[in-house]
Design a protein around this ligand. Sequence first.
Ligand code: NPW
Ligand code: ADP
Length: 483
Amino acid sequence: MRQAWRVADVRAAEQTLMATLPEGTLMRRAAAGLARRCALLLGDTGGVYGARVLLLVGSGDNGGDTLYAGAALAARGAQVRALLLTPDRVHLAGLAALRRSGGFTTTDLPARADLVLDGIVGIGAAGGLRPAAAALVSRLGELRGRTGQRPPVVAVDVPSGVAVDTGDVPGEAVTADVTVTFGCLKPAHVAGPAAPRCGQVELVDIGLGPVLVTDPAVRVAEAADVAAWWPRPGAASDKYTRGVVGLATGSARYPGAALLSTAGALAGPAGMVRYAGSAHREVVRAHPSVVAAPRVGDAGRVQAWACGSGLGTDHAARTELRSVLATPLPVLLDADAITLLVGGEHAEDLRRDAPLVLTPHDGEFKRLAGEAPGADRMGAAARLAAWTNAVVLLKGDRTIVASPGGEIWANPTGTAALATAGSGDVLAGLLGSLLAAGVPAVRAAVAAAYVHGLAGRHAALAGPVTAPDIAAAVRPVLAALLG
Ligand SMILES: NC(=O)C1=CN([C@@H]2O[C@H](COP(=O)(O)OP(=O)(O)OC[C@H]3O[C@@H](n4cnc5c(N)ncnc54)[C@H](OP(=O)(O)O)[C@@H]3O)[C@@H](O)[C@H]2O)[C@@H](O)CC1
Ligand SMILES: Nc1ncnc2c1ncn2[C@@H]1O[C@H](COP(=O)(O)OP(=O)(O)O)[C@@H](O)[C@H]1O
């Protein structure tokens, strides 16, 4: 698992650590790690000696790190130029170090650079980039390196222009090939539109770990986590002990949602799928292993319900939703079931002890919460989770999972290939299967999003992706993941 901390927590840990160290130690550690990574990058494109390195330097310590790293590269023979955004306010010791090593300052963007270091702002940034910085960033595409290509951009700590705590990108921002960050990851590295702006994220250990005592703001599952959580059948398993998932999905108008959620559920770890709804004949025809009935009340015993994908919002749908919520079982509500919650008619039904998972896309989120997720998707998901006492999986490029207790996860495997009709139905079935197999709700949501994303990527290897392709790709993805 990877973890990221908010700026205030990083600052507090930094203060604790600095109190025990000679002044400037952390910046020297940060700059040394940064310079090493830059040298490696230059090694890939002709070496450090003689390379033209452009430093974009703001007025704070982020600029200081950049100047010291530039000094280290200049000492190895690189031609280092520092473009100072605020020449009257600059990290003076860093600038002196650069000059001592043979580096220069410049006032405008040069035509050529083999490497760019973005040290305009780091975790001290407030709001979007100011006009001068934004104008500079918008011109970075003009630069060319010794191979005639656009030079690699290394962001120092975070790409300038991103909102560090939320991962939002409010305006012009740097798009980095590599981000070298210090001490720990920050939310912008893993969540929101900022995450893809970071490129490859590399962490330089500056000794912050032992003093970083607060809970992380956001967690990111890795393959090993998902593999460890994913239930496997054992010698003593039977179809019931593996868990039975119930699906209350689809309708006469949307029979496809029934089929897709079933396909998702069949690829999950549960031992059996029961379908309840008006598409029961189609479901059995397409998936003979499914036991199907027209209504939730006739479905038979299950260990968890997934409800709502393509269910419709009429009276019959409302009755099925009520039946599902009346059970003492874990329940996932997707799509139309979320829409049915709007207006509060099911407020009483939602007072339940068993886990509840909501999987809204932005439109459903807005209907339920009364406002769109906005720039802070993690905060928005966390508020809805606390308000509904449910695990909220907020869909998107970096799907967010938030628990009522305040735990937040960002999914790293998302791909635009998933943006296809019925993709969410597959996810609902898969997640329902994990719940039925006994996986705790947060882990089930995190693992389902992770595998769903991998399945989208796998399916995309064969061309344009439709939802059945995503469902079909879950099995090969799991085969690789679970070994
Ligand atoms: N924490 C750690 O453990 C360690 C941290 N380290 C490093 O310190 C960095 C943090 O440094 P920091 O605190 O000096 O802030 P920083 O990011 O340089 O920016 C502040 C300056 O930018 C300006 N500015 C603000 N907003 C702006 C905007 N929107 N657009 C344009 N300009 C804007 C603002 O100007 P002002 O508002 O004062 O006019 C202010 O002068 C951190 O990211 C890491 O690299 C490492 O050295 C070692 C360990
Ligand atoms: N641009 C995107 N990048 C990555 N994932 C996306 C993107 N757009 C949608 N998704 C994912 O695709 C799925 C779409 O779900 P949903 O909107 O419920 O579709 P449907 O209702 O058609 O089944 C979600 O898992 C969501 O996270």
